[in-house]
Ligand binder design. Structure first.
Ligand code: BGC
Length: 760
């Protein structure tokens, strides 16, 4: 009886929520109908224009001009790259008080991994496999961004990437669609909180739609060519997850999809996004990506602008192709008034949903300013920096470091404030970042002596350095010669008990337009490392990087490697917490580290070949290399801990799965080491026989658990038919009967297995 009551109550609640939603939609429609009746054609086209007045990072060829006059004329729908509440207010006033219809602007920004408080780069944060933590960072970013007057975050970036040459791998969650989808959803919910009218939520903008991470050769903006089946099964799921989480906007990508630029691709922006996925927000181009369709060979500015609008693009970022050509295209019958009305309505709806019409200054108040760089947010940044760390090697348990003796802290990233935030920290102030040296000095305590030397430049290649240093001197050559630095480092290391070598990339060696063909450590640092190892002291590499690197020699030479990515404002403190054992590292890689560049793309969820090479078996006429192994250097899901975990065999509650039922796969995990610690327990499945070739394993579940030393926990995964579904050759989502392998383990390579049969 009680249960029935509950069901009735829930049904009623659903009914009322749906009614309230319909009511709200009607009110919005009425309001926008009324407004659009008053709007001239020019004013409607004006809403489709997104400009940046500078002060942000101009990434394309154009920077907007005459912005003030255009706002007053009703020729601007939104601005981005305006950092600072006073500046936002000033610009909003121009629109609200000086334009004819007083339509407020929408203010966006690249809030990618935090706003002023910066969190680890997304690839690092993903390694926490902690969606609650990730959501919390998005929440904190939204709190700060809204206090700064912003309403719209150009995040999450969810492009699956299996090519670490591509610098923008730093901005996403890595190579896996399942984990990528979980993170995409968490971020959208963190930004939007299902209530855009609140004064501390921002509209999220999932990007870059679509497939941008598959650029050929890892060269940015390059051609993408992919089968539909691969798109549906492997690359599209995270965008879809963002849409399912209610993301308010989508950014189109620079690349072609089926040889049509994404920005003008009707199949992508309308058939798939709106019709199949039921997305009802608005689509913005990437920076001048409408104009760039001219370079792609799709016609002149008028032609490509019309193409983009008709494809389903609503807002044109910076290029002003819409502003300057749509009227003419309408007169010439190349587009319809309906096309313009639809786009204009979607932009106005976004503003309405954000409550900008009732309060254009909704977010800014003196009392809210204190959330920016608040102690809570800084504490979260420190925690996130620690949770992002992945322990790649730890011989002789050299880590955690002991709080005694002498530590030689050596390396170009040891005392480099400039490089702590990582790429795309538009509002972050690097001068507020904590360096590794500061973190170590603060956390080590008085009984440790710390000596320091830079040892080498990040790179000695002046041409390369000039390219990297476009946003400031991240690679600082300093007054000393490479030899002087090296000698000083050796002398400094001589009297130490352990060497901590802070090596890796400068912040902008990854990120947009930062592709690298050689993803090894630059020569200057390899030389330094070799000299440090030669001292005979244990060498702990603290690795700063925005992408997987090739580290074969480094892995062999170092005693330990802790991958710290770029940790954000509190990087130094968070890393020091891990180095000294205040935090036990629990990060797991979300992108495979290749053995060499020649192996790329290398990813765990690949298909089998007809001639798979079996480790230790014959090699001739097998799918392998003569000169390197097939396996990556570090696989997806890999990461060590200061403690150790034992996995029991996998238990299945049943060996037959039928529709509407589920089975449980359980393992008992025991902390068998000397520290309390967290472990990410990973569930993979393999569909052994299907109508298409299926990956050798696919992540289908994960749980992050905490175990005190000596403690055991049973981890339980529920498997149902939904989880077995994939897009078949007809692009239909199906689960096919047959045998499935269940694999549970500590990374994608080390798993225990069991199997079941799925019968429909
Ligand atoms: C990037 C986007 C970014 C936009 C605005 C573009 O160059 O591709 O990710 O949101 O600039 O800054």
């Amino acid at each position: 009886m009680k249960k029935l009551h509950f069901i009735l109550l829930a049904a009623l609640l659903l009914h009322f929520t749906a009614e309230a939603q319909t009511g709200a939609n009607n009110a919005m429609k009425q309001f926008i109908d009324g407004l659009m009746q008053k709007m001239t054609l020019d004013e409607k086209i004006g809403q489709l224009n997104l400009l940046t007045p500078g002060g942000g990072i101009p990434t394309g060829a154009v920077v907007s001009t005459d912005v003030e006059a255009k706002i007053k004329n009703g020729q601007v729908g939104g601005l981005f790259g305006v950092i600072g509440a006073d500046k936002v207010l000033q610009a909003q006033k121009l629109a609200v008080e000086h334009s004819r219809l007083h339509i407020p602007l929408i203010f966006g920004s690249d809030v990618i991994h935090g706003h002023k408080t910066t969190f680890p780069i997304p690839l690092g944060l993903a390694c926490s496999w902690d969606t609650a933590l990730i959501k919390q960072t998005a929440r904190a970013a939204a709190e700060e961004a809204t206090a700064d007057g912003l309403s719209w975050a150009f995040s999450p970036m969810v492009d699956i990437c299996r090519d670490p040459r591509w610098g923008r791998i730093a901005e996403g969650a890595g190579e896996d669609p399942f984990l990528g989808s979980a993170i995409a959803g968490a971020m959208v919910r963190g930004y939007q909180m299902n209530d855009l009218r609140k004064d501390n939520t921002v509209m999220a903008c999932v990007k870059h739609f679509a497939l941008y991470g598959a650029a050929e050769g890892g060269r940015d903006y390059n051609t993408v060519d992919m089968s539909k089946i691969r798109m549906y099964n492997e690359y599209l799921p995270p965008y879809k997850a963002a849409v399912d989480a209610g993301v308010g906007s989508v950014m189109s990508s620079f690349n072609v999809v089926d040889d049509i630029p994404a920005t003008g691709n009707h199949w992508l922006l309308t058939d798939l996004l709106r019709n199949q996925w039921k997305f009802n927000g608005f689509v913005v181009s990437d920076y001048t990506s409408v104009n760039e369709m001219q370079e792609h060979g799709l016609g002149d500015l008028q032609q490509v602008s019309a193409l983009a609008l008709k494809a389903g693009l609503d807002m044109d970022m910076v290029g002003e192709g819409f502003l300057t050509t749509l009227k003419k295209s309408l007169q010439e019958g190349k587009i319809t008034l309906n096309d313009i009305n639809n786009a204009c309505r979607r932009v106005l709806e976004a503003k309405y949903k954000l409550g900008l019409f009732s309060n254009p200054y909704r977010n800014v108040s003196a009392s809210r300013a204190s959330v920016i760089l608040s102690p809570d947010n800084l504490a979260l940044s420190r925690k996130a920096a620690a949770k992002a760390c992945v322990l790649l090697k730890n011989n002789n348990n050299v880590l955690p470091l002991q709080r005694k003796g002498t530590i030689a802290l050596i390396g170009p990233l040891a005392d480099s404030r400039r490089n702590m935030l990582g790429t795309w920290s538009v509002a972050g102030d690097w001068q507020k970042a904590v360096t590794l040296k500061e973190g170590i000095e603060a956390v080590a305590g008085n009984s440790v002596k710390i000596v320091y030397a830079k040892g080498a430049n990040i790179s000695d290649d002046t041409v390369f350095n000039k390219k990297v240093n476009v946003f400031g001197t991240e690679i600082d050559m300093g007054p000393q010669s490479p030899d002087e630095m090296l000698q000083e480092a050796i002398a400094t290391a001589q009297n130490a008990d352990v060497i901590v070598a802070a090596l890796g990339e400068a912040a902008d060696m990854s990120g947009e337009s930062s592709s690298r063909a050689d993803i090894g450590l630059p020569e200057s640092q390899q030389r330094l490392l070799a000299a440090l190892v030669k001292t005979g002291k244990p060498v702990v590499i603290v690795l700063f990087n925005g992408r997987p690197l090739t580290l074969v020699k480094e892995r062999a030479m170092a005693t330990a490697i802790l991958d710290v990515w770029f940790g954000g404002t509190e990087a130094g403190n968070g890393i020091a917490d891990v180095l000294f054992g205040n935090e036990n590292p629990s990060g797991k890689l979300t992108a495979s580290f290749p053995y060499s560049v020649g192996q790329i793309p290398v990813y765990y969820n690949h298909l089998n070949t007809g001639r798979p090479y079996v480790l230790g078996g014959p090699t001739k006429f097998k799918s392998d290399y003569l000169d390197i192994p097939n396996a990556p250097l570090f696989p997806f899901g890999f990461g060590l801990s200061y403690t150790s975990f034992n996995y029991s065999p996998v238990q299945l509650s049943d060996t037959i799965l039928t529709n509407g039922k589920s089975i449980h796969a359980t393992v008992k995990v025991t902390n068998t080491g000397n520290y309390d610690g967290e472990e990410v327990v990973q569930l993979y499945l393999r569909d052994e026989v299907a109508s298409i070739s299926r990956p050798v394993k696919m992540l289908k579940g994960f749980q992050k658990i905490f175990l005190k030393k000596g403690e055991s926990k049973t981890v339980d995964f529920t498997i149902d038919a939904e989880m077995l579904k994939f897009y078949n050759n007809q692009l239909k989502l199906v689960a096919e009967p047959g045998q499935f392998l269940v694999m549970i383990g500590t990374n994608s390579d080390e798993v225990n297995t069991a199997s079941f049969v799925y019968k429909q």
